[in-house]
Ligand binder design. Sequence first.
Ligand SMILES: O=C(O)c1ccc(O)c(O)c1
Ligand SMILES: [Mg+2]
Length: 629
Amino acid sequence: MKTSIATVCIAGTLEEKLAAIAAAGFDGVEIFEQDFIASDIGPAELGRMVRDHGLAITLFQPFRDFEGLPEPLRSRAFARARRKFDIMAEMGTDLILVCSSVHPASMGGIDRLAADFAELGAIAAERGLRVGYEALAWGRHINDHRDAWEVVRRADHPAVGLILDSFHTLGRGIDPDTIRSIPGDRIFFVQLADAPRIPMDLLYWSRHFRNMPGEGDLDVTGFMRAVAATGYAGPLSLEIFNDEFRAGLPRLVALDGHRALVALMDEVRRAEPALDVDLPAFPAPATVERVEFVEFATSEAEAPALAALLMTLGFAETGHHRSKPVRRFAQGGVNVLINTATKGFAHAAFVNHGTCVSEIALAVPDARAAHARGVALGAEPFGDPPGPGEMAIPGLRGVGGSLLRLVDAGSGEADLWDVDFRPVASVGEGAGLKAIDHIAQTMRYDEMLSWTLFYTTLFSAEKAPMLDVADPDGLVRSQAVQAGALRVTLNGAQGQRTLAGQFFAQTFGAATQHIALATDDIMATADRLEALGFQALPIGANYYDDLAARFDLSAGHIDALRARNLLYDRDETGSGGEFLQLYSRPFGDGMFFEIVERRGGYAGYGAANAPFRLAAQRRLMRPVDMPQR
Ligand SMILES: O=C(O)c1ccc(O)c(O)c1
Ligand SMILES: [Mg+2]
């Protein structure tokens, strides 16, 4: 498959855009006219630059307000087209995109429009050029790909074809399967974009909120399956108008785009194996079976406080690494490692971020396959080489430069603890913690889509709707992703004053801010923890008064929650399930633990409680610097 991306998707000068696009592995580029006009690179020179990057110009666009005009506007439009054809010939591209007219003087009538295109096609063909027609979702007369196709069909000229754009079809709610009946060789070009479902004006939505396939809510896979079923074999090109991407890091956005395209076509071929998808084979998305361990990188000086906190959570120290200063703490199915190495990756993580979660290991059915899928999708192989006699565990670069390890039974993950660790006399009696419920990772707001895409393409995963959480000092956006037994919440900090923003700033971008541990009986766990000396985050009295008002809980039940500083939520519209939460006080540069109990299939994360938990945490933290007046 030939991959392509429009210059408008990427930030920077035209030179920077091209460098990022080439580095991300694309085959071609759509030259967005505005980017070309804004640069001072001549058309021939631009063509050379593109080709020097190993790219081809797949399309020149857009050409606006061409069809259906009365004279003298009609002649003017043809004269304008001829000038663009000159530029295309110099650049070295043969295809121009004509988007459907929004001109107030344009007239409707399929045959009138078809006649205009037949005439334009003849002019283009003389010069060896082709014209593609795209229905803008807000076009004045043509705003549906079926009508654009009818214009193209009646124009009946070999140099005139159809251009499809997933946004215009799916954004208007048009069934993508209507594409299946269009002959593939009459489709000249395909543009792909997703978007979050936000009810708003189509044009505004399109120009500001498009995102990469898989990052939004549109059925881009269904669209692409229909396109593939026509036999279309031309470029697949991203055309993403997005305010964040325009201001983003060119290389990151380009890499995400390439990842999104590859993952999309992999999904297409898995959903419809009869389709001919030209993409090298790589393994299917993995299902995460378990979080095998979480590793903290710290120093000799800071390790005792962390170990003590784990002991008050009921963990027992069960092993020491045979060759490295790594201690294992275990409880139920949870393993937490404390690494105080003074060299290697963990040490670098500590030096960069302070005490932090440097490594997360996930158990999957086939670790090498999961790793290979990651690499095929552009993830970076990562991690120190194994020491002598140590197990080789494949790793990928994860959020904030942390290490994501993949382990499986076949490669001896059951042996990991025996091979690499020496058992030590166990102390600690447990507090009923069974598993890691979820891992909360903090990042800059503009990285959220990128890391969501990372998790959802690597693993077989579902994302929840994005939520806004009110911190006392700003909003934090939160995106939950569930990949089998792995639940992550990705929190985007927009400013530096929110707790997430402060954590991000103080740790220089350490990702994992909190770890939630699951119990089946939070009341018993809370009592046990108190006896162990665990210090809960104090929750204010107003919260419990409001609970009594919101839910039909008995006074005794509310008292039991209040006495233990537990938070409560119930899914009133869905499962009816209940969620109970207990928070630790912050440690390090703002990390903390959470303990949760899920009852009756509760699937969320207590979003209703988050503002009150954040306010309680804020009361314990040092005051925020207020801006100077
Ligand atoms: O927003 C627009 O005007 C516009 C222009 C060209 C396109 O290909 C498109 O999809 C949208
Ligand atoms: Mg388009």
